[in-house]
Design a protein. Structure first.
Length: 115
């Protein structure tokens, strides 16, 4: 999967937007309604990568399965993974990880309390 394909998929998800809060080399895709990011595109070692949020146990598992998944670069290493896009990680797994990150960070709507 290329960077452009991954960005395009992220932006196809409901209520998302692209921004560059740090510099022109780092792009973030976040939820427009709560401003929480779920995908961060950067190339720390000049390899195309995406940082994605993940449950801690799953994050460890993915790191043990794929060489292209490492602890999140400049992120909380327990909750974020850096995924190299042109690596041993299949495209459908990258899509699943993007969906998971999106769902972990989406706005939580609470039902009104019963009176």
């Amino acid at each position: 999967m290329t960077v452009e394909e991954a960005k395009s998929y992220c932006l196809s998800l409901n209520n998302t937007c692209l921004c560059m809060p740090f510099d022109e080399m780092t792009e973030v895709i976040k939820h427009c309604s709560n401003s929480k990011m779920f995908a961060l595109f950067c190339s720390p070692d000049e390899k195309a990568s995406i940082n994605l949020k993940c449950e801690p146990m799953e994050a460890d598992f993915l790191r043990s399965v794929y060489k292209g998944v490492i602890p999140g670069y400049h992120m909380n290493k327990r909750h974020w993974n850096t995924v190299y896009l042109e690596s041993d990680v299949p495209d459908d797994e990258i899509i699943r990880m993007i969906d998971n990150s999106y769902n972990l960070t989406k706005p939580k709507f609470k039902l009104p309390k019963k009176k």
